[in-house]
Ligand binder design. Structure first.
Ligand code: DHB
Ligand code: FE
Length: 281
């Protein structure tokens, strides 16, 4: 009973907060030509029409779809749904010509303006933050191998229960979020905890689809990062952990082999290194 209540609160709050934050960010969208809007919209509609013909979709199924689409909006789950099932391909296309480190999806839980931290950083966390301590360190360079002095690493991740601050209720505002400035030689050391695998909220409309289709709702544990430096293209990426069962089976299809960390045992928890390479702007 307690768990049911907790999940209900979480999905409602996570979905709603993600929608509010996204609508704010997307206010000034780009101008797309009528030709392009027409081409994209008619191809999407044709793909839907094809599915209806090939599968002989019934009126009952059509009404179920309508009701479900209405519910996704009412739950505020469009950011969650789209970032899980669509964003990975948008990222694939956007990064086609990049040489440096791999990027992957941003997901719905990025918040700009996390507290500024030095190159030797500890992410904001509760005094009794649960989870294995993790020292995450490395260096940021350009594609020619030059260190990028003062590169910025925005880091955010779920806690040991799989919840993100500012989206799930009851967490301190900037818990496990920070904006780290690398040293003059591009190095950084970030102390945090290893996040737990993330489960798409199961009680909302996205969860209903996942359940009805017999899929699972899990993403492997991951650190989110946005890495940027003057004169370079910023990257948005995620890092995963070898041995996590969902690395090979991510519902958001966002894992790339280059993004999997192999942490070593450290005196106080674990330690993992990752070096970032940024393409020229
Ligand atoms: C979703 C959540 C994430 O933490 C993530 O990285 C990607 C997608 C989601 O719920 O849509
Ligand atoms: Fe995430």
């Amino acid at each position: 009973m307690t768990q049911t209540t907790e999940y209900q609160a979480t999905a409602a709050a996570s979905g709603g907060a993600a929608t509010e934050k996204f609508v704010e960010k997307a206010k000034a969208g780009p101008d797309t030509s009528p030709e392009r809007v027409s081409a994209l919209a008619s191809e999407v509609l044709s793909a839907v029409h094809d599915v209806i013909r090939r599968h002989h979709v019934t009126y009952e199924e059509y009404d179920t779809l309508k009701a479900w689409l209405i519910q996704v909006g009412a739950d505020g789950e469009w950011p969650l749904f789209l970032d899980v099932f669509v964003e990975s391909v948008v990222e694939e296309v956007a990064s086609e010509h990049r040489e440096g480190s791999k990027g992957t999806i941003e997901g719905p839980y990025y918040v700009p303006g996390a507290p500024a931290l030095d190159a030797d950083a500890t992410l904001p966390m509760r005094a009794d933050e649960a989870g294995t301590p993790l020292l995450f360190h490395g260096r940021v360079r350009d594609v020619a191998g030059n260190p990028l002095a003062g590169a910025t690493l925005e880091v955010w991740h779920a806690d040991d229960a799989g919840f993100y601050s500012q989206f799930a209720p009851g967490l301190p505002e900037w818990n496990l979020r920070g904006t780290v400035t690398a040293d003059a030689d591009g190095t950084f050391r970030i102390r945090t905890i290893r996040p737990a695998p993330y489960q798409i909220p199961t009680d909302g409309s996205t969860g209903a689809l996942i359940r009805s289709a017999g899929w699972h709702a899990w993403r492997p544990a991951h650190l989110h990062l946005k890495v940027s430096a003057a004169g370079c293209q910023p990257i948005t990426t995620q890092l995963y952990f070898e041995g996590d069962e969902h690395v090979a089976d991510d519902i958001a299809s966002a894992v790339k082999p280059e993004l999997v960390l192999r942490p070593d045992v450290a005196p106080d928890g674990e330690e993992a290194r990752y070096d970032f390479v940024l393409d020229p702007a």
